[in-house]
Design a protein around this ligand. Structure first.
Ligand code: ADP
Ligand code: MG
Length: 246
């Protein structure tokens, strides 16, 4: 049985359909990567999987008592509210110092205990979020664009850490990434979203699928186009004709 699956799931956000008729599953130990332009419903899919938003139609089935560690795309820490890393990791559930030490150690951040959250660098912040997800002892780690704001070496190091964690924990990993060229070799399956599932399968199959190419171009240029999508807001997903909303 899959850890989690959706059948014919449609999700509305703010009165608009963000995702239409999605069939999704992830099995234990798998690494699945979601790609797609801005606004294509990637974060919405993750939120529906963790139960933070309710599907309008269709259903989500989770393995009973499934432990999920979730790293959100955005987490705003109010700089006027001082909070140390240790305290942050103890909210909302109080955790023992031993558990906190152990997860911070695991992500290579044991020197950050007493630092203020708002004083962390981008890479440190992502590691602390990852540490927080590990407190759940997850069977499934869900990461929404975990390398946003990191430079290339920082992002490579974070992906290496994620792969190590998957091996150590025996957890499945579901992540949203704009760097298909980087995560490709590590992913078992890739799902390309654009308001619905455009194409899915082994990474090389997706990278050469016409729907994917229509959205992202080809070869290395495809990977770069993918990267640009994240930052170039003048390119709305409506520009792309290969995979329009159904
Ligand atoms: P992605 O993560 O692929 O960039 P999202 O899942 O965040 O896309 O968003 C999908 C669509 O749902 C977008 O059109 C976005 O504007 C809309 N949306 C997302 N969150 C909300 C919200 N809280 N309220 C209203 N609309 C939302
Ligand atoms: Mg998103």
């Amino acid at each position: 049985m899959s850890l989690i699956e959706t059948q014919n799931m449609t999700v509305a956000m703010g009165g608009h359909i963000a995702l239409r008729q999605v069939d999704f599953h992830i099995n234990s130990g798998e690494i699945v990567t979601i790609v797609g332009p801005n606004g294509s419903g990637k974060s919405t899919l993750l939120k529906a999987l963790i139960g933070a938003v309710k599907p309008q139609t269709g259903k989500v089935t989770r393995q009973p008592k499934l432990r999920i560690g979730y790293v959100p795309q955005k987490l705003h820490i109010d700089p006027t509210l001082p909070i140390t890393v240790q305290r942050f990791l103890s909210l909302p559930i109080r955790r023992s110092k031993q558990d906190i030490d152990s997860v911070l150690d695991r992500v290579g951040a044991n020197d950050l205990h007493d630092k203020q959250m708002f004083a962390l660098s981008g890479g440190q912040f992502q590691r602390v979020l990852l540490a927080r997800a590990l407190l759940e002892k997850p069977q499934l780690l869900i990461l929404d664009e975990p390398t946003t704001g990191l430079d290339q070496p920082g992002s490579a190091a974070l992906y290496r850490l994620i792969e190590e964690l998957r091996t150590d924990l025996g957890a499945a990993v579901l992540m949203v990434s704009h760097e298909l060229h980087v995560v490709m070799s590590a992913s078992d399956r890739v799902i390309c979203l654009n308001g619905h599932v455009c194409c899915h399968g082994a990474p090389d199959i997706v990278a050469s699928a016409p729907e994917y190419r229509a959205l992202f171009g080809t070869g290395t240029h495809g990977a770069l186009a993918l990267y640009r999508h994240d930052h170039d807001h003048s390119h709305d997903h409506d520009d792309h004709e290969g995979c329009t909303h159904a």
